[in-house]
Design a protein around this ligand. Structure first.
Ligand SMILES: CC(C)=CCC/C(C)=C/CC/C(C)=C/CC/C(C)=C/CC/C(C)=C/CC/C(C)=C/CC/C(C)=C/COP(=O)(O)OP(=O)(O)O
Ligand SMILES: O=P(O)(O)OC[C@@H](O)CO
Ligand SMILES: [Mg+2]
Length: 228
């Protein structure tokens, strides 16, 4: 299933963390819509290639969420390109993107790239610190970013990112109410089926990352919780 508009769930695997072959098999055969490979630090070409080749033993769609130019490699089904809406540092909005397109532009199949408009809401997560995101946002702010993603920039994905922390369901609901074409991804702190179900009421796609490394069996249960 390579159409993100039909997804409900994704596991995000961090190339900078270890996962056993046995656990990887369970993840890839879990019924999740896709595996996203990405992280905010320690991502190298070597650890991305290693994880990609292991996930490639299975038929599940495999996506690279690009966080460094050095780790870009052919071989993925899709490439997600984050751009941070709630930072004023142009580097993370379009700066590194310019460098990457200078390097790869002529080789690129643009149909494989999907832009993710990130709205980062957990002030303590690595991505917030790295990008200088302003996480002090109220509902009106978040709704405006959702509208910008859909109407101004026509982004395929609006990503509410609470990485490492379970978020505010009211903000997720409010963002979803603004979106029609743009798909709402929610990620952050989901570690049980009940939380997956709650966020999955409003998010089109829930993303589960850290729980795989912290409470594997509970993390696996998040798939069935959102698949009808
Ligand atoms: C033929 C060929 C090689 C084709 C490839 C074509 C291609 C993909 C070209 C690239 C085009 C392009 C425009 C690339 C952009 C490059 C880039 C590096 C942009 C910057 C991205 C960005 C804003 C990064 C900031 C950090 C961020 C928002 C990362 C997103 C992922 C994330 C938040 C992960 C969570 O991290 P984690 O480590 O899990 O954190 P916790 O500790 O909180 O858990
Ligand atoms: O790791 P967690 O907290 O599950 O968050 C998932 C994802 O949104 C991280 O980019
Ligand atoms: Mg993580």
């Amino acid at each position: 299933m390579y159409d993100v508009r039909e997804w409900r769930h994704a596991f995000k695997l961090d190339p900078n963390k270890d996962i056993s072959d046995a656990d990887l098999e369970k993840i890839c055969e879990s019924g999740t819509s896709a595996i996203i490979i990405g992280g905010s630090d320690g991502v190298t070409l070597e650890n991305v290639l290693n994880l990609m080749s292991r996930v490639r033993r299975y038929t599940v769609p495999c996506v690279l969420e690009v966080s460094t130019i050095e780790s870009i490699t052919p071989g993925f089904d899709l490439y997600f390109i984050p751009t941070v809406l709630n930072t004023t540092d142009a580097k993370w909005i379009k700066g590194i993107h310019h460098e990457a397109v200078k390097e790869y532009g002529v080789l690129m199949n643009w149909d494989e790239l999907l832009v993710e408009g990130y709205c980062i809401l957990n002030n303590d997560c690595k991505a917030a610190k790295l990008t200088g995101a302003n996480t002090d946002l109220n509902e009106e702010d978040v709704v405006a970013y959702a509208m910008m993603a859909e109407h101004l920039f026509k982004m395929p994905i609006f990503y509410l990112e609470y990485s490492g922390k379970y978020g505010d369901i009211d903000l997720v609901k409010a963002a979803k109410a603004q979106l029609n074409q743009t798909k709402l991804f929610y990620g952050g702190g989901i570690s049980s089926a009940a939380q997956a179900k709650e966020m999955g009421q409003f998010a089109d796609v829930i993303v589960v990352g850290n729980a795989l490394y912290e409470n594997f069996e509970e993390a696996l249960k998040t798939v069935k919780a959102v698949m009808d």
